[in-house]
Design a binder for this molecule. Structure first.
Ligand code: KG4
Ligand code: ZN
Length: 328
């Protein structure tokens, strides 16, 4: 079964075709990052307009890349939330219109749940098995930091979340403080590479036994260091910040995985592209860590199509977007 996925929840206009939930037939992503970069963050109205312009050409490009015609497609899947309301509306409206015109079923997908399914996709065609259940999933992106327990398809329970900034949001805000540009995650990772072990030690918010995380205190600590009398080099601050975020995320995820007795850990979302996070979590977790391939960590439509295959909940024409949709 070939599913065409559509994703417009934030600043990527994406379409992809995935067969039977695992095999990647086509994957097209038009990123708006450069457009938003000059504002230092995603501007919702600009994002919606850009999605509107890019959406149909991106769908056509996915069909061409996969060598598919419409009659090869069995269903259309689309992100219905969470995300920016206007941006989501573009994807959902286009999915509905295409499903109606091509007489195909369409499936609504939760963007956060979809991030987990990036690890189901056998991107290189090696036939490696998907992550086993039960699993602990860490979804860390620009808008969310959720730790979930997944016992099967559609069986998700949220264990923890951020109490303030999402992990990616913290990377983006600290990068702005350090003058490193947008998006902040890759810029901070690159700057931090110059420092093997930072001498600067920034605070971690452990929040006792809770699986929740918090990054606003860390962000404020960076602000104080930057505005201090003799601030260390930007690279040093970037490395210390990254070390603190990675320490908290990896420690809490490994601890929750052990407590819940899971068989695997899944790591996904834009921040999962971070090398030190991938390595540290793999070191600390007692079970195998399935990290999404770097290309599928950030927003894409392949994960939407994969998720839809396992969920297969046909939506009605009255489907609306849900900007605050929780992961579970
Ligand atoms: O999943 P995503 O593409 O969009 C949302 O659903 O939010 O995540 C984007 C976020 C941005 O905050 C970006 O700075 C962060 O992921 N990010 C990274 C890295 N690459 C992207 N954070 C840390 N290290 C990276 N290498
Ligand atoms: Zn995302």
């Amino acid at each position: 079964m070939k599913i065409l996925g559509i994703e417009t929840s934030c600043d990527e206009t994406a379409a992809a075709i995935v067969e039977d939930g695992r095999s990647l037939v086509a994957n097209v992503i038009a990123s708006q990052a450069a457009l938003h970069g000059r504002y230092g963050g995603v501007v919702p109205e600009v994002a919606s307009r850009q999605h509107l312009e890019a959406m149909l050409p991106v769908v056509e490009a996915a069909l061409a890349e996969g060598g598919c015609r419409w009659r090869d497609i069995d269903a259309i899947a689309v992100t219905a939330g969470p995300g920016l309301a206007g941006a989501l509306l573009v994807g959902v409206s286009v999915a509905k219109a295409l499903a109606y015109a091509k007489e195909l079923p369409f499936i609504a997908v939760n963007h956060l749940e979809a991030h987990l399914y990036a690890t189901w996709i056998d991107e290189d065609g090696s036939g490696s098995p998907p992550p086993p259940f039960p699993l602990a999933g860490l979804i860390v992106s620009g808008g969310h930091s959720d730790l979930v327990l997944m016992r099967g398809h559609g069986d998700l329970r949220r264990l923890g979340r951020t109490r303030d900034d999402a992990a990616g949001e913290a990377f983006d805000k600290v990068a702005r403080l350090l003058g490193l540009g947008f998006p902040g995650g890759p810029a901070i990772e690159r700057a931090a590479e110059a420092v093997a072990k930072p001498a600067l030690r920034l605070p971690r918010a452990w929040l006792g036994d809770s699986d929740d995380v918090s990054f606003s205190g860390l962000k404020t600590a960076v602000l104080h260091v930057v505005r201090g009398e003799r601030p260390p080099p930007v690279e040093e601050i970037a490395a210390a910040f990254q070390e603190a975020v990675v320490d908290v995320l990896a420690t809490k995820t490994a601890r929750a995985a052990e407590r819940e007795g899971v068989s695997a850990v899944v790591l996904s979302g834009g921040v999962a592209a971070n090398g030190p996070l991938r390595r540290t979590l793999a070191d600390r977790a007692a079970v195998p860590v399935h990290a999404a391939s770097p290309l599928l960590c950030t927003d894409n439509a392949a994960m939407v199509a994969a998720c839809a295959f396992y969920r297969q909940q046909a939506a009605g024409w009255d489907l609306d977007v849900t900007p605050n949709l929780p992961v579970a």
